[in-house]
Structures are given as C-alpha cells and as structure tokens.
Ligand binder design. Structure first.
Ligand code: PEP
Length: 236
C-alpha cells in the first residue's frame, strides 16, 4: 500500500529533518511505500527509504516566476516526486484545470512520480452522485490517466482538515468508479487518522492513503504505517 503524508505549511526545516528521520525508521521496518511531502523550504537530499516529494513546483526549469520553484531547484535535491492538483492549490490558490494539466504534462515529461489529487466540494456532494462524478471527471481533463508513474488521490474537499469523512460505502463507491478511469493506484485522503485508517484501508479499491494533519507527528504517522502492515499480514 502507499502511505503518504502531506505536511502542508507546517514544520520548520529542522523539525522536518527530525520528522523524516523518525518516519524513515518505521518505513524501513515496513512493507509499505511511504511518501512525505514537506514544505518546500524543508526540501533536502534525504537518503532515506521514505520518498520525499514536493508539494508544488512551476512547470519550468528556471526563470522569472517569483515565489515558485522549478526543475533546477528540485534537481539540486534529486526530488522526483510531486503532488499536483491538491484542493488547496485548486481552491485557495486558484489553480485552473488547464494550468494543472500543463504542470502534469511537464512533470510527466521529466519522469516524475505524480500524486494527482481529485475531489469534490461540499455543494457537489450535496447535489448527488452524478454531480459529484461529473465534477471529478472534469479534473481528469488533460491528464494522462495511463501514465505509469501516476498515483491518484481521491480527496473530497469537504473532508480535508475537517474531521468529516464519507461513509466507507461512499468511499468504495467513488473509488470503484474512479478505478474505471485509470489503472493507477488510488489513495483516499481527507481526515484519515490513527483511529480510522484501518477501516479506510480495508475498503475495496483503496490502495493507500494521503494524510494531512494526522501525519504531523511522526509517532502517529508511524502507527498508521504499522497498521497498514498489520492489515496486509492478515490478508495473506
Ligand atoms: C490533505 O490535505 O491532503 C489531507 C488529506 O488533509 P487532512 O488529512 O488533514 O484532511
């Protein structure tokens, strides 16, 4: 399974290094693929089993893009993994699907592992399943769903950082639909924490999780990684 942490705008460079060191100890004892997306100012050359990715980058090698980083800055630290389409970049920072697709194409051409996020806001969920799926389908526009280095994360916007989660049946239903759109591993994200991760990971067509706030403490994130191992052992 894939167990990923999005640290967002949290932890200093110093604390991130300690965090990654701690999580790496757990990752090394685990069979899971562990990804961590720290704040950009905390990127570094980590020689770890934990795969460190960037939460964002501009689709360019370098240039006049104030406040952004490009390929040159990522290559300095051998970063080859990127999060694209996160709801905070779509809804808070105003990234359009067209720009997101452009980013996707650029980093695909560079061979990056791409964790691509999709998910509907509350009003679409309230408008029903068809409206929800139609909304999510539009987020696949311009995306190569067969890219071999792609991981998709289904993250309902209303579940991110709110403590709310869809029912397990709803997660299964959406994941089953989304699996028809792409053969890529499909993660669930949105208020996953220590006390619900086992239930979420047991859902059919859930290949892992993307965790935000509950992953901020290495100890908690390590517990989640260990739970994923426990579940896999039981399945055998
Ligand atoms: C996220 O931001 O990707 C996320 C899943 O956040 P949280 O776990 O805090 O809902």
């Amino acid at each position: 399974m894939i167990i990923a942490a999005n640290l967002k705008t949290n932890l200093t460079r110093h604390d991130t290094a300690l965090y990654i060191e701690e999580v790496d100890k757990c990752a090394k004892q685990s069979k899971q693929e562990v990804l961590v997306f720290p704040a950009i100012s905390s990127l570094d050359s980590f020689e770890t089993k934990v795969e460190v990715g960037t939460q964002n980058a501009y689709p360019t090698v370098k240039g006049a893009f104030t406040g952004e980083i490009g390929l040159e800055q990522l290559e300095e630290f051998s970063i080859k993994t990127i999060l694209i389409g996160h709801s905070e970049r779509r809804h808070v920072l105003g990234e359009t699907q067209e720009f997101i697709a452009q980013k996707f194409h650029y980093f695909k051409e560079q061979g990056f592992k791409i964790v691509y996020c999709v998910g509907e806001p509350k009003e679409k969920r309230e408008a029903g399943k068809d409206a929800t799926l139609e909304y999510i389908s539009a987020q696949y526009e311009g995306i190569d769903t067969n890219y071999e280095n792609l991981i998709i994360a289904y993250e309902p916007v209303w579940a991110i950082g709110t403590g709310l989660t869809p029912t397990l049946e709803d997660i299964q239903e959406i994941h089953t639909q989304l699996k028809q759109k792409s053969p890529a591993p499909l993660l669930y994200g949105g208020s996953v924490k220590v006390n619900n991760i086992k239930d979420v990971l047991r859902v059919k067509n859930v290949d892992g999780v993307l965790v935000g706030s509950a992953a901020l403490y290495a100890e908690h994130f390590c517990t989640m990684i260990a739970y994923a191992d426990e579940l896999q052992l039981k399945e055998k």
